[in-house]
Design a binder for this molecule. Sequence first.
Ligand code: RFL
Length: 401
Amino acid sequence: MRQAHLEWTIQSTALPVVIIGAGPAGLMVANLLQRADVPCVVLERGTREYIETRPRAGMLEDRSARMLERHGLADRMLTESDTHTACEFRIDGKAHELNYSELSDGKTHFVYPQQEVVTDLLRQYLDGGGDIRFEVSDVELQDQLEETPSVSWTSSDGTREQLDCSFIAGCDGFHGVTRKSIPAGAVKEFTHQHGIGWLSILAEAPPSTEKVIYALHADGFAGHMLRSSTVSRFYLQVPVGEDVDNWPDEKVWSELHKRLALRDSDWTLTEGKIIEKRVLDMRSHVVEPMRYGRLYLLGDAAHIITPMGGKGMNLALNDAEVFADAIASYYHHKSTTGLDDYSAVCLRRVWRAQEFSQWMVDLVHRNEQPFLSRLGHARLQHLIQSREAAASFAHMYVGAN
Ligand code: RFL
């Protein structure tokens, strides 16, 4: 594998960094490089409107919120987000609250939809004079193993363009081009199919709860997540490969009512207009190392994780900070240590998050194998009854460690 021990020399003529993708990872890197006076250009396939309105994640871990704050990127988030301190496990119609803030020295989640994070990061970058090209297509990478790789693309007016650079930040998500540009066998890829499908629903419905609900029901998991005062996200466990057409809106609501029901309570679920409905097959994927020569992979381009536990966007922001610090240290202190260690540092957190997410998947889903279902039940009872187990969950869940 021709990766290690590259000769690091600072090329004064080439642009330091081309960032491909303007999601949370790419825009966080762009802002941090701008603050460190390291020039960069961002290439984005979508329009500005597309990235500012694409609904995905909704919860920022405590650590991510502090990171945004540390870099002066959290003004709107701190005033407009809700903080969350507890979640609820609903088991066979009975509610069990877990106050994770109490168990993690007061750490909280910030409910702030991903499109708002992206909107804030983009505005800050543009206000600082940042260079971003929207609606690019046919992006190609060349010479990733050389001192001056290059990136070429077709711009929105049809012109073919190229930039020579010193580093490429691959922030173009799981289906992007950067990871695919790496020759077969040059990196290891670890994939896991969890054997579980989720019907993911976004509805214009005010939340029916003040805390996230994870409901275990004989017919499968149901989740009620919070997004804003007018929009909520719901999940229903469905078979892998389920056809979304099998789920007309009335069936979605009746299944949510059934699986989220509380015994001996007047709690009700508020319905609303369904604005997004799709099936996700739960899978995980990790690339090792998260680098190929001078191409560095960040966020979903390097690893995807199930939405269970809400880690994906947080990992992307963490990669961005580690990478930007490494680049700044390379240009300002001629140190290659951060770049050499980038992958190992990020992967420690990535694998820890994968383990946590898989553990939560096993915890709350109905398993076809009765033995495994019973194990999940035992695990949940332990979590509810043991303060030590709950504290360990709390630290990982809220992103305190
Ligand atoms: P993104 O957000 O996918 O951004 C990639 C950007 O790259 C652009 N792009 C290209 N640009 C140029 N050329 C190309 N060839 C390109 N190909 C793609 C895309 O247009 C896009 O703008 O990746 P990034 O920045 O790594 O961020 C990762 C997060 O988006 C992802 O991990 C989270 O959304 C995952 N996730 C959640 N994470 C959390 O931390 N908490 C949550 O509660 C949470 N809930 C979720 C989620 C993901 C979900 N889905 C849709 C998989 C809920 C769902 C339903």
